[in-house]
Each structure stands twice: as C-alpha cells, then as structure tokens.
Design a protein around this ligand. Structure first.
Ligand SMILES: NC(=O)c1ccc[n+]([C@@H]2O[C@H](COP(=O)([O-])OP(=O)(O)OC[C@H]3O[C@@H](n4cnc5c(N)ncnc54)[C@H](OP(=O)(O)O)[C@@H]3O)[C@@H](O)[C@H]2O)c1
Length: 401
C-alpha cells in the first residue's frame, strides 16, 4: 500500500465501456494538463475565479471497477494509448509544456473485479479496495444496465410525429422486462443500478474521509430518464414496474441528494440536525451524461447506426441533450470531480449536473433540479431507511459467518 503519495485515487465502476470509459479518458487527459479545463467549463465562472479544487496532480491512481477482466484489460491498454495520442496532439498543436510526461510517470491504471449483481461480490470488492489503497478521493458510481426487451413501434410513430427530440432523448417506446430478480432475490436492475452502489458508498465512506484533499467526492451517474412516477415505495426494489430503469435512476437522484442532508431522518420522516459540522464527510453529486451512443441502449437498437444518425439530427435541430460521444457525455462527471466546491451546486439543493452539447458538438454542463424532490421526500427517506436496514442486515450476516 502506497501511503506516501497524495495523488488522487479514483474508482470508476463500469469503466470498460461507454460513459464509464469516457469518464476515465476525460479525467486522465484533464489531469495531464496543469489547469484541467473541466474544472471550469462555465467560462463566465472561470474568468471570475480560476481556482482549482485539486493541486496539479503529479500522478493518479485510476481503478477500473469492472466485472469482466478481459474487457477491463482492453480498456486499460486503450487508455494508455489515448493518453499518448493526447500528448502527441499537444506537441503537434504547439501546446506541450512537458507536464503530461511528469503526470504519466505517476499514473497507475489498475483493475479490481467488481460485480454489482450480488452483495457478497460488492463487499468483496470493497474489502479489496480497503486492503490496497490508503484513501479514495473520488468514487464514481457509473455502471448501469437496463432490462431491455424490445420496442413498441406504435409509440415510436407517435413520438416521432409529436416529439422528435423526446424520441431520441427520453424514448418512451422501449419495453423492459418486469420481475427479474438477482440470485439473492432482490430486484435485479435495482441491485445493479442502485443498491450495489449504495453498499459501496457505505463501505468506502471511511476511505473517502481519509482523502488528502477533502471532501472525498461520490459521483452518482443518473439520467435524464429518471422519473419520479417510476418510483413507488411499495415496489422499492423495482420488481413490479415496467420502468425499472427510470425508477432506478430516480432513486439514485434522491439517495445522493439525501446523502448531503444536514439533518438526520428516521423511517417515519422525523428529523434532527446533525450535531457537529463534520469536515471529513464526503460530498455526493448527481450527474447525467445526457444522450450518448453506448452499449446500454443504442447498440441494442435494430438500426443502431440509424439511431446514432437520429441523435445527430436532433443536435442539428437544436437539442442540447446530445453530446453523442461518451467522452463528451462524461463532462458532467469530470466537472463534479474537478471543479472547486464554490462552483458546484450547494449541497442543500436537490440539484443534478447534466452534460450538454452545442450545435457544433462542444460539451458543457448545466445544473437542473431533481424533479419532484420535495413531493417525494417522505418516500425517499423511507427508501433510504429500508436500504440502510438491508445493508445493516447483510453486513451483520457477513460478520457472524
Ligand atoms: N448512454 C447514455 O445515453 C446514458 C444516458 C443516461 C444515463 N446513462 C448512464 O450512464 C451509465 C453508463 O451507461 P453506458 O451508456 O455507458 O452503458 P454501457 O456502455 O452499457 O456501460 C455500462 C457499464 O456498466 C457495467 N455493468 C453493467 N452491469 C454490471 C454489473 N452487474 N456489475 C458491474 N458492472 C456492470 C458494464 O459492464 P460490462 O461491459 O461487463 O457489461 C459496462 O461497463 C449508466 O449508469 C447509465 O444509466 C447513460
């Protein structure tokens, strides 16, 4: 265990493809510059105060938390190549100041196996992280899936005529499997998209608190498809709904928002203020990549190339929700990782940082509110209480084994 270095130690789940890979690529190339541009993507803020949240890092430990070792190894090699390409491009553009080579010497890209579908595997992952690393600076909870079943063509036709941008940003036509459960009997989508990450955030809390540049940051990848209507407290593991994906992403929004709360709630919704100001407490951020072409959805479509074309058509006709390339959709996450706290949403606000893209494809970020947060607050508190109870029971059964 290297306890000397103060470099960031970053964990990204689902790092081998799509947005997760984009976050790794973007974060590495950002840190390879003295002043990472994503620490101030809102130019008006940068001109006021270009302070950074982290000192220029002479290195980074990036942990690819993936379930498939071959895919993780492929991603690892590709990230090294992309860094070399980035440096070569800087040299060609006459921008190179030698800093990236120093950073590269201190860069480690490592793989730790992580399968979110079973609590034992998530606990095992966290045990391995605790064994290997002295602290965690950023925990990026990105991995996710959808129980995709097929397409309702009648809805495609309706959305195409009435709401073209909606068709390619919040598609209502996708059909999802209902009732899939994990080996342990939990809702499968819920386990992989919500509870696996919840366990991880709890288990790694102590390492986040040891981060040299406090606070440690937990980044939850949500979606513009997060829907309050898809969250029903009587179906909190999302087994009865036919919108488990939208429900899981809404749960992510409310869980991360409540994690920043300065009051403690019990299951009945009673609250009391936290006794002390705890500076070591990690900060949680909800981010969304907007729409990108990835394996989650686009590659499952019958005409995936045509679908990507429609995304460009949406962008050309005024949609800002189409960064399309995952590395561009990653900007909301890298912004939440790099920007100084004063530039980020206040923890008392139910805010979500979204990636956006201009007509020309330049990515930027925008904050929006978590929809319906106040109206669903009591149910959200109950949800967190249920998850805490389940987490506690699973942890207890492990220690008593
Ligand atoms: N793409 C978009 O337009 C979009 C929009 C909104 C939100 N998002 C969110 O962005 C995140 C990444 O999605 P993506 O579009 O990049 O999809 P993706 O390309 O399918 O990547 C998903 C990643 O999650 C991993 N994963 C899935 N189930 C897992 C499990 N049980 N245990 C561990 N890892 C698991 C996958 O691993 P394998 O490679 O082994 O399958 C893969 O690395 C998701 O949270 C998604 O909801 C994406």
């Amino acid at each position: 265990m290297d306890s000397e270095s103060k470099n960031p130690i970053v964990i990204v789940t689902g790092a081998n493809s799509g947005v997760g890979f984009g976050i790794c690529q973007r974060f590495i190339t950002q840190l390879a510059t003295r002043v990472p541009p994503d620490s101030y993507p809102q130019l008006e803020l940068a001109s006021k105060n270009p302070r950074l949240s982290i000192e220029p890092a002479e290195g980074l430990t990036l942990v690819l938390a993936c379930r498939n070792p071959d895919r993780a190894e492929e991603a690892r090699k590709k990230l090294w190549l992309l860094l070399d390409e980035f440096i070569a491009q800087q040299i060609r553009d006459g921008l190179y100041d030698g800093y990236a080579e120093t950073f590269k010497k201190g860069l480690k890209i490592e793989f730790v196996k992580c399968d979110l579908s079973h609590s034992d595997k998530v606990f095992a992952f966290c045990d391995e992280i605790k064994k290997r690393y002295p602290y965690v600076s950023h925990l990026v909870l990105n991995a996710g899936l959808m129980a995709y079943k097929g397409i309702d063509w009648a809805v495609v036709a309706r959305q195409l005529v009435t709401d073209f941008h909606g068709l390619v940003s919040t598609p209502e036509f996708k059909l999802q499997h209902v009732g899939e459960t994990s080996e342990e009997g939990f809702g499968y989508v819920w386990m992989c998209n919500v509870f696996g990450h919840y366990i991880m955030a709890k288990e790694l809390d102590q390492l986040l608190r040891k981060c040299p540049s406090l606070p440690g940051r937990v980044i939850w990848e949500s979606s513009s498809e997060a829907k309050p209507q898809a969250f029903d407290i009587d179906d909190w593991q999302l087994v009865k709904t036919d919108q488990s994906y939208e429900g899981s992403k809404y749960q992510v929004d409310v869980i991360a928002t409540l994690a920043n709360s300065t009051v403690l709630y019990d299951e009945d919704g009673n609250s009391r203020p936290l006794d002390i100001v705890d500076e070591t407490r990690p900060r949680h951020f909800v981010v969304g990549p907007a729409v990108t072409a990835s394996e989650l959805f686009t590659s499952k479509m019958v005409f995936s190339a045509f679908w990507t074309y429609l995304m460009y058509a949406a962008r050309c006709t005024g949609s800002q929700l189409h960064p399309i390339q995952p590395v561009k959709g990653a900007i909301s996450a890298t912004y939440a990782m790099l920007a100084p706290l004063w530039a980020l949403p206040d923890p008392s606000h139910p805010a979500k940082i979204g990636s956006r893209a201009t007509f020309a494809g330049r990515p930027y970020v925008e904050s929006e509110l978590v929809r319906g947060f106040e109206g669903r607050k009591q149910d959200s508190i109950k949800l967190v209480a249920k998850m805490d109870a389940l987490y506690g029971a699973l942890k207890k059964s492990r220690t008593s084994d």
